[in-house]
Design a protein around this ligand. Sequence first.
Ligand SMILES: [Cu+2]
Length: 288
Amino acid sequence: MIRKALVSLAALAATLSPAAHAESGWHLLNMTQGVTDISRKIYSLHMLIFWVCVIIGIVVFGVMIYSLLKFRKSQGAVADTTMVHNTKVEVVWTVIPVAILVAMAVPAANTLVQLEDTRNTELTIKVTGYQWGWQYDYLDNGVVFFSRLTREADAARRMGSGVDVTKIEHYLRDVDNPLIIPVDTKVRLLVTATDVIHAWWVPELAIKKDAIPGYVNEMWFKVDADKAGTYRGQCVELCGRDHGFMPIVTKAVSKEEFQTWLKTTAAAQKQASAPQQPAAAPAVANAG
Ligand SMILES: [Cu+2]
Protein backbone atom coordinates (compact mmCIF):
# COMPACT_ATOMS: atom_id res chain seq x y z
CA MET A 1 0.00 0.00 0.00
CA ILE A 2 2.67 2.48 1.11
CA ARG A 3 4.94 1.28 -1.66
CA LYS A 4 2.19 1.79 -4.19
CA ALA A 5 1.62 5.31 -2.90
CA LEU A 6 5.35 6.04 -3.10
CA VAL A 7 5.50 4.81 -6.68
CA SER A 8 2.59 7.01 -7.72
CA LEU A 9 4.13 9.94 -5.85
CA ALA A 10 7.39 9.42 -7.75
CA ALA A 11 5.46 9.26 -11.02
CA LEU A 12 3.69 12.48 -10.14
CA ALA A 13 6.98 14.15 -9.27
CA ALA A 14 8.40 13.02 -12.61
CA THR A 15 5.56 14.58 -14.56
CA LEU A 16 5.86 17.81 -12.59
CA SER A 17 9.64 18.11 -12.93
CA PRO A 18 10.83 20.80 -15.35
CA ALA A 19 12.76 18.31 -17.43
CA ALA A 20 9.69 16.23 -18.16
CA HIS A 21 7.48 19.16 -19.01
CA ALA A 22 9.52 22.18 -20.00
CA GLU A 23 6.43 23.73 -21.59
CA SER A 24 4.04 23.35 -18.67
CA GLY A 25 3.55 24.67 -15.19
CA TRP A 26 1.89 27.53 -13.39
CA HIS A 27 4.42 30.07 -14.66
CA LEU A 28 2.88 29.71 -18.12
CA LEU A 29 -0.20 31.49 -16.81
CA ASN A 30 1.92 34.54 -16.15
CA MET A 31 3.78 36.89 -18.47
CA THR A 32 7.22 35.83 -19.58
CA GLN A 33 10.15 37.64 -18.00
CA GLY A 34 11.70 37.86 -21.43
CA VAL A 35 15.30 38.26 -22.50
CA THR A 36 15.78 42.03 -22.53
CA ASP A 37 16.20 44.69 -19.89
CA ILE A 38 12.91 46.32 -20.90
CA SER A 39 11.05 43.00 -20.81
CA ARG A 40 12.14 42.51 -17.19
CA LYS A 41 11.07 46.05 -16.34
CA ILE A 42 7.67 45.38 -17.90
CA TYR A 43 7.44 42.13 -15.97
CA SER A 44 8.25 43.82 -12.63
CA LEU A 45 5.75 46.54 -13.43
CA HIS A 46 3.14 43.91 -14.21
CA MET A 47 3.84 42.08 -10.93
CA LEU A 48 3.79 45.34 -8.92
CA ILE A 49 0.40 46.34 -10.34
CA PHE A 50 -0.85 42.77 -9.93
CA TRP A 51 -0.06 42.77 -6.18
CA VAL A 52 -1.54 46.26 -5.75
CA CYS A 53 -4.74 44.90 -7.34
CA VAL A 54 -4.65 41.79 -5.13
CA ILE A 55 -4.34 43.91 -1.98
CA ILE A 56 -7.14 46.25 -3.10
CA GLY A 57 -9.30 43.20 -3.88
CA ILE A 58 -8.67 41.64 -0.46
CA VAL A 59 -9.36 44.91 1.42
CA VAL A 60 -12.52 45.80 -0.55
CA PHE A 61 -14.04 42.31 -0.52
CA GLY A 62 -12.93 41.84 3.11
CA VAL A 63 -14.79 44.95 4.24
CA MET A 64 -17.78 44.02 2.11
CA ILE A 65 -18.07 40.44 3.36
CA TYR A 66 -17.48 41.54 6.96
CA SER A 67 -20.23 44.18 6.68
CA LEU A 68 -22.67 41.74 5.06
CA LEU A 69 -22.21 39.25 7.89
CA LYS A 70 -21.93 41.66 10.81
CA PHE A 71 -24.81 43.96 9.90
CA ARG A 72 -27.36 41.46 8.68
CA LYS A 73 -31.04 41.71 9.53
CA SER A 74 -31.12 38.49 11.55
CA GLN A 75 -28.51 40.02 13.88
CA GLY A 76 -30.84 42.90 14.56
CA ALA A 77 -29.22 45.45 12.27
CA VAL A 78 -31.41 48.38 11.26
CA ALA A 79 -30.60 50.40 8.14
CA ASP A 80 -29.54 54.01 8.83
CA THR A 81 -31.75 55.82 6.34
CA THR A 82 -30.61 59.25 7.54
CA MET A 83 -26.98 58.79 6.41
CA VAL A 84 -27.16 59.83 2.76
CA HIS A 85 -24.09 62.03 2.58
CA ASN A 86 -20.81 62.07 4.44
CA THR A 87 -18.17 64.50 3.19
CA LYS A 88 -15.36 62.95 5.20
CA VAL A 89 -15.96 59.47 3.76
CA GLU A 90 -16.29 60.81 0.22
CA VAL A 91 -13.01 62.71 0.46
CA VAL A 92 -11.26 59.59 1.76
CA TRP A 93 -12.59 57.30 -0.95
CA THR A 94 -11.58 59.80 -3.63
CA VAL A 95 -8.13 60.70 -2.30
CA ILE A 96 -6.98 57.12 -1.67
CA PRO A 97 -7.71 55.80 -5.21
CA VAL A 98 -6.17 58.92 -6.77
CA ALA A 99 -3.02 58.43 -4.70
CA ILE A 100 -2.86 54.76 -5.73
CA LEU A 101 -3.33 55.62 -9.42
CA VAL A 102 -0.65 58.31 -9.34
CA ALA A 103 1.73 55.95 -7.54
CA MET A 104 1.17 53.34 -10.26
CA ALA A 105 1.41 55.85 -13.13
CA VAL A 106 4.91 56.98 -12.20
CA PRO A 107 6.76 53.68 -12.82
CA ALA A 108 4.43 52.87 -15.76
CA ALA A 109 5.16 56.16 -17.52
CA ASN A 110 8.86 55.71 -16.86
CA THR A 111 8.89 52.29 -18.55
CA LEU A 112 6.73 53.52 -21.44
CA VAL A 113 9.14 56.35 -22.17
CA GLN A 114 12.07 53.91 -22.27
CA LEU A 115 10.09 51.58 -24.50
CA GLU A 116 9.62 54.33 -27.07
CA ASP A 117 13.18 55.60 -26.94
CA THR A 118 14.66 54.48 -30.27
CA ARG A 119 17.76 56.67 -30.10
CA ASN A 120 21.24 55.21 -30.66
CA THR A 121 20.09 52.05 -32.40
CA GLU A 122 22.83 49.99 -33.99
CA LEU A 123 20.81 48.04 -36.54
CA THR A 124 17.57 48.76 -38.37
CA ILE A 125 15.34 46.09 -39.84
CA LYS A 126 12.15 46.82 -41.74
CA VAL A 127 9.36 44.34 -41.05
CA THR A 128 6.56 44.13 -43.58
CA GLY A 129 3.45 42.09 -42.92
CA TYR A 130 1.50 40.61 -45.79
CA GLN A 131 -1.18 37.98 -46.21
CA TRP A 132 0.23 35.72 -44.81
CA GLY A 133 3.82 36.05 -43.87
CA TRP A 134 6.56 38.54 -43.07
CA GLN A 135 9.29 40.23 -45.02
CA TYR A 136 12.51 41.28 -43.31
CA ASP A 137 14.67 43.97 -44.82
CA TYR A 138 18.07 44.75 -43.26
CA LEU A 139 18.04 48.32 -44.50
CA ASP A 140 21.75 49.09 -44.18
CA ASN A 141 23.00 45.82 -45.59
CA GLY A 142 20.76 45.02 -48.53
CA VAL A 143 19.58 41.71 -47.13
CA VAL A 144 15.90 41.01 -47.81
CA PHE A 145 13.93 37.81 -47.38
CA PHE A 146 10.48 36.41 -46.77
CA SER A 147 9.61 34.40 -43.73
CA ARG A 148 6.69 32.01 -43.91
CA LEU A 149 5.19 29.05 -42.13
CA THR A 150 7.26 25.93 -42.82
CA ARG A 151 6.08 24.01 -45.89
CA GLU A 152 5.74 20.89 -43.75
CA ALA A 153 3.28 22.53 -41.33
CA ASP A 154 1.52 24.30 -44.18
CA ALA A 155 0.84 20.97 -45.88
CA ALA A 156 -0.15 19.25 -42.64
CA ARG A 157 -2.71 21.88 -41.67
CA ARG A 158 -4.80 21.31 -44.80
CA MET A 159 -8.07 19.50 -44.24
CA GLY A 160 -7.69 15.78 -44.79
CA SER A 161 -3.90 15.96 -45.04
CA GLY A 162 -3.71 12.79 -42.96
CA VAL A 163 -0.65 14.08 -41.13
CA ASP A 164 -0.45 13.70 -37.36
CA VAL A 165 0.36 17.29 -36.43
CA THR A 166 1.47 16.33 -32.91
CA LYS A 167 4.51 14.75 -34.59
CA ILE A 168 5.59 18.08 -36.07
CA GLU A 169 7.93 20.02 -33.85
CA HIS A 170 6.78 23.60 -33.16
CA TYR A 171 3.69 23.01 -35.25
CA LEU A 172 2.41 26.35 -36.63
CA ARG A 173 5.13 28.13 -34.67
CA ASP A 174 8.02 27.62 -37.06
CA VAL A 175 9.07 29.42 -40.24
CA ASP A 176 11.32 28.74 -43.21
CA ASN A 177 13.58 31.79 -42.68
CA PRO A 178 13.76 33.14 -39.13
CA LEU A 179 14.68 36.72 -38.37
CA ILE A 180 18.35 36.62 -37.39
CA ILE A 181 19.30 39.19 -34.77
CA PRO A 182 22.49 39.88 -32.84
CA VAL A 183 22.53 39.82 -29.04
CA ASP A 184 23.73 42.80 -27.01
CA THR A 185 22.79 45.18 -29.85
CA LYS A 186 20.08 47.81 -29.87
CA VAL A 187 17.96 46.77 -32.82
CA ARG A 188 15.23 48.98 -34.23
CA LEU A 189 12.33 47.48 -36.13
CA LEU A 190 10.29 49.56 -38.58
CA VAL A 191 6.95 47.87 -38.91
CA THR A 192 4.55 48.25 -41.81
CA ALA A 193 2.27 46.14 -44.01
CA THR A 194 1.40 45.79 -47.69
CA ASP A 195 -2.25 44.76 -47.63
CA VAL A 196 -4.18 44.72 -44.37
CA ILE A 197 -3.29 45.42 -40.75
CA HIS A 198 -1.09 42.83 -39.08
CA ALA A 199 0.82 43.04 -35.81
CA TRP A 200 4.28 41.82 -34.92
CA TRP A 201 4.75 40.33 -31.47
CA VAL A 202 7.47 38.34 -29.77
CA PRO A 203 6.70 38.09 -26.03
CA GLU A 204 10.30 37.45 -24.94
CA LEU A 205 11.42 40.66 -26.63
CA ALA A 206 8.51 42.52 -25.02
CA ILE A 207 7.60 44.28 -28.26
CA LYS A 208 4.29 44.29 -30.06
CA LYS A 209 3.22 46.81 -32.67
CA ASP A 210 0.63 47.05 -35.39
CA ALA A 211 1.83 46.72 -38.97
CA ILE A 212 -0.39 49.14 -40.89
CA PRO A 213 -0.29 49.77 -44.66
CA GLY A 214 0.96 53.30 -45.32
CA TYR A 215 2.35 53.78 -41.81
CA VAL A 216 5.69 52.95 -40.27
CA ASN A 217 5.70 52.02 -36.61
CA GLU A 218 8.88 51.85 -34.61
CA MET A 219 10.03 49.58 -31.81
CA TRP A 220 13.30 48.38 -30.42
CA PHE A 221 14.87 45.66 -28.33
CA LYS A 222 18.28 44.67 -27.04
CA VAL A 223 18.68 40.99 -26.23
CA ASP A 224 20.98 40.26 -23.26
CA ALA A 225 24.48 39.19 -24.24
CA ASP A 226 23.99 35.75 -22.65
CA LYS A 227 20.51 35.12 -24.01
CA ALA A 228 21.17 33.81 -27.51
CA GLY A 229 18.35 31.54 -28.59
CA THR A 230 15.17 31.15 -30.56
CA TYR A 231 12.16 33.27 -29.60
CA ARG A 232 8.79 32.76 -31.17
CA GLY A 233 5.79 34.95 -31.72
CA GLN A 234 2.90 35.44 -34.08
CA CYS A 235 0.73 37.90 -35.91
CA VAL A 236 -1.63 39.40 -33.34
CA GLU A 237 -4.04 41.32 -35.51
CA LEU A 238 -6.82 39.34 -37.13
CA CYS A 239 -5.71 39.76 -40.73
CA GLY A 240 -7.78 37.33 -42.73
CA ARG A 241 -8.20 33.65 -43.46
CA ASP A 242 -4.67 32.55 -42.62
CA HIS A 243 -4.05 34.87 -39.68
CA GLY A 244 -3.28 31.87 -37.50
CA PHE A 245 -0.66 30.64 -39.95
CA MET A 246 1.86 33.46 -40.03
CA PRO A 247 4.18 32.79 -37.09
CA ILE A 248 7.27 34.80 -36.23
CA VAL A 249 10.58 33.23 -35.33
CA THR A 250 13.58 35.24 -34.19
CA LYS A 251 16.98 33.73 -33.70
CA ALA A 252 19.32 35.70 -31.49
CA VAL A 253 22.96 34.89 -32.20
CA SER A 254 26.30 36.28 -31.07
CA LYS A 255 27.55 39.48 -32.71
CA GLU A 256 30.29 37.63 -34.62
CA GLU A 257 27.91 34.96 -35.84
CA PHE A 258 25.50 37.67 -36.95
CA GLN A 259 28.16 39.55 -38.95
CA THR A 260 29.21 36.35 -40.69
CA TRP A 261 25.60 35.48 -41.51
CA LEU A 262 24.90 39.00 -42.77
CA LYS A 263 27.95 39.02 -45.04
CA THR A 264 27.27 35.57 -46.52
CA THR A 265 23.59 36.27 -47.05
CA ALA A 266 24.25 39.68 -48.61
CA ALA A 267 26.80 38.15 -50.99
CA ALA A 268 24.50 35.25 -51.88
CA GLN A 269 21.55 37.56 -52.53
CA LYS A 270 23.67 39.89 -54.68
CA GLN A 271 24.83 36.97 -56.75
CA ALA A 272 21.32 35.58 -57.11
CA SER A 273 19.93 38.90 -58.33
CA ALA A 274 22.89 39.77 -60.61
CA PRO A 275 21.83 37.94 -63.82
CA GLN A 276 18.43 39.66 -63.75
CA GLN A 277 19.89 43.14 -64.18
CA PRO A 278 20.99 42.92 -67.85
CA ALA A 279 17.61 41.41 -68.73
CA ALA A 280 15.74 44.24 -67.07
CA ALA A 281 17.77 47.04 -68.69
CA PRO A 282 16.55 46.63 -72.32
CA ALA A 283 12.96 46.63 -71.16
CA VAL A 284 13.45 50.12 -69.72
CA ALA A 285 15.20 51.26 -72.92
CA ASN A 286 12.33 49.97 -75.07
CA ALA A 287 9.79 51.69 -72.91
CA GLY A 288 11.64 55.01 -73.35
CU1 LIG B 1 -1.34 38.94 -39.97
